[in-house]
Each structure stands twice: as structure tokens, then as C-alpha cells.
Design a protein around this ligand. Sequence first.
Ligand SMILES: [Zn+2]
Length: 451
Amino acid sequence: MSNFNYTNDILKSLELNSINGVFIPIPYPHSDSCFRFEKLSNGSIIKYVNIVSPSIDKPCPHCGCFNHHESKGIRKIFLTHTSNGHLKTILEVTYRRYKCKHCHKYFKDAIPFRFPHSKLTTIAAQSCLLGFRENTAMAVLARAHGLSKSTVYRLFYNHIDIPLRFYHLPSTISIDEFRATVDEGTFAFHITNPISGKTLDIVADRRASYLKNYFIRFPYNERKKVKIIVMDLSGAFHSIMKSLFPNAQIIADKFHYTKLIRENMVQARINCCKKLKDVSLSKLIKRNLHLFDQYEKRLNEKKAWYRPYFRKHMTNKQLVKAILEIEACEELKTNYDIYQNFLKIINEPCNDYRKALNDWLDHIFITENSYYMRTAKNFRKKWFMPILRSLTYTTYYIRKNKKIKTCFNNGFIESMNNKVKLVKRNAYGYRYFQNLRKRILLHLGFRYDII
Ligand SMILES: [Zn+2]
């Protein structure tokens, strides 16, 4: 036992056992340990490990000859190694320099565990680079790995690369925009596959010329494969996508067009409240405003509360009905009915959606309702078919071996936008789009190259 060699064990504990023989840990001068501890004023402790290259004859890397070099002294370098909470490990590496007598060139011991062009070990750099998978701020990563913030940023900038993506376009794509950085384009463009639930790519700018340049990379036959594009009610995207994808049918997102109609209803409600002479009635409507936004069949019919205005207990449904029956609210009732008719088309199964939607639009044109007129004209002119498709088209997707029926909507991409917001918030904003794109795609679990 007395001759047992602990060298390999020490190197193993440092995860450096592969370098045994090339470098070895030896005790510090005037000490019996190869470790040395230093306490900083902020309470953290630094562990130094003395690692030395043994003086064995190595071949000259330039000419390959042995025994023909003279020593030119020793050098020392401090390499940051893994950090364990409060305890930071630094390798104190001593290496030798030589001059070859045969070819008169200088050379030094190669340090195999050093990360190129930095004062880090490979393990430290790799664990820091893997940390970018999580949505953590760079300052947190720096603290966790015992590195400086600029080192972490340099590793991120120089050694992580997510190249411009080339992929096969799926038959269904869903598109949206989000507010990004100001250097390339204020709004970035997000492309996903809503059926498989995967982000395809993030493009720097949403402007027409930029998008055309981006999509024109795909061959014409590839672009022909796209059958369905789901989007919000953006007129600009509509025409760009029509020109780029000849076979695509455009579907409007349900949430967005319902929102437009609800805004009209809200305006009608506010104007009605302003005209009312009965202040307490006006306040009653204002306090229960969310009840007017809901589909009437979903209003609560079971639980009754005391309503001081009517001096009796009423459920939400009864309250809305009672308010609309008051004579002064006649105009509100007309507008409320139009809104509810639209919600009925969306929520109730129907045999002929085209007729139902046409009837709803015709009713507005005939009555010349000032609140809904603009939206109705827009729908009739541009968005009639996209809305009709969103009501009638259905598809299946598979999750956990279960086949689930769904309609086409932008729900998935909006959830991705929430993740984007988290990434931005975590870093207190980004200055450069390429960094933002990298972090988002890393957070979404993209494969990346460490270079
Ligand atoms: Zn030589």
C-alpha cells in the first residue's frame, strides 16, 4: 500500500486523467500537498492545483529529432477550471520551453486540456457553452462557472454558431411577427409548423423585400408544396404570401378576427354609456363590462349575486338580459346582438358556414351599422375566404400516440412569442438581432455547432 500512486486519482477527481504522464500534479514547494487554498475578501475560496510537466525527452515538433534541445526555462499559466458553487478551481500549470539544436527553432510543451486562445480549460469552456441551452442570463452563467461576463459573451459570440437554415417546407406553415431589435429590422418574422409544433426559422425583418429574398432561396417546386398558411389579419403578409406560394390557401386566425369585431362592440358599449342619463346604470354596465364580451350561452346561470340596481339577486345571464331590456339601452342591444350572432357562428356547429357568414355580413350592410361597417367591408373584400376556411378546415395531429382533431389557428406560434418575450426579458433586451436569434433558437432546443 505504501507505494500506491495517488497521481491518477487526483487527476481523475479533476476530470483530467487522460493527461497522466504528460502533466502530473506535484506538491507545492515547502508543502506536502499539491493543493493550495486562497480566501478572497468576499468570502469565496479559490483552490489552486499545482500541475507540472515532467522533464522527459519529447521530439521536436518541427524536425522530429530527440535529445537535441536545450531548455530555455519554465513558464507558468493559470487556467480556470470547473467551479463548484463557492469553490473555484484554478490549475497552476508549469510548462517548459526548449530550443532545438538541430533546426534552431523554439517550441514548448503542448497543454492538451487548454481551450485554444483563452485562459480556460476545455472542460470549463464546454460546460459554460452547454449552459446556454437554458434561458439564463449571461451574468448568471458567469457567476455559476466562475468566469467574467466578457469571457462568457466571447465564448457565446465566437464559439456557438446556428447557421442559416435550409429545410424542407411542410404543407402547413404558420407565420407571425414579434418586436425584435433595432439593428436589422424592428419586427422579426417567425415561421413555425403548427401541426408538428416546431419552429422552422426566425427571420430578421418582416418587410416584403427581405421576405422575398428569404423565401426565394427555396426552389419553385419546394414552395409549391405549401398548401396552407395560417396568419393574423395582416394585409401586407397576405399579398406577399400569395405571390411566393402559388398553391397556398390562406387561413385567418380565429382569435384575431374575433378581436376586431369585439373592439367594435366595445366602442358601441362605451358610446352607449356616455349617452346614458342614468349614471348608476352606466356604472353598472362599466363594472360588468366583461360580461358583454362573453358568448351569452356561456354566462353563469347558477350562482346569483345581489344587484343593488335591480334590488334583487340575479345571475350573470339574468343581469345582462335585464340591462338590455331597459329602453335607454336599445342601441346597445342591437350591437350586442350582432356581436353575439357572430360568436354563435364560431361556437356552434353549422351546416353551411358560408351562408351564415354571408347573412351576418349582409345584415350589417342592410342596417348600415356604423360601428361594424368598416370591419365588415374589410372582411368582405379581403378576408371572407380565409375566415370561412378557418371555420371549416380541420386536421389531425399526433401527441403521445393519440390522434387529436384540431382546427387551424395561430395558438402555437403565439405561445412561442411568449417564450421569445421571456428570453428578451431575461437579458434586459438585446442590441443585436443575431444574438437574440441564437438565444431563442438555443432555448427552443435547436442543435448547435460548437466551433
Ligand atoms: Zn528541431
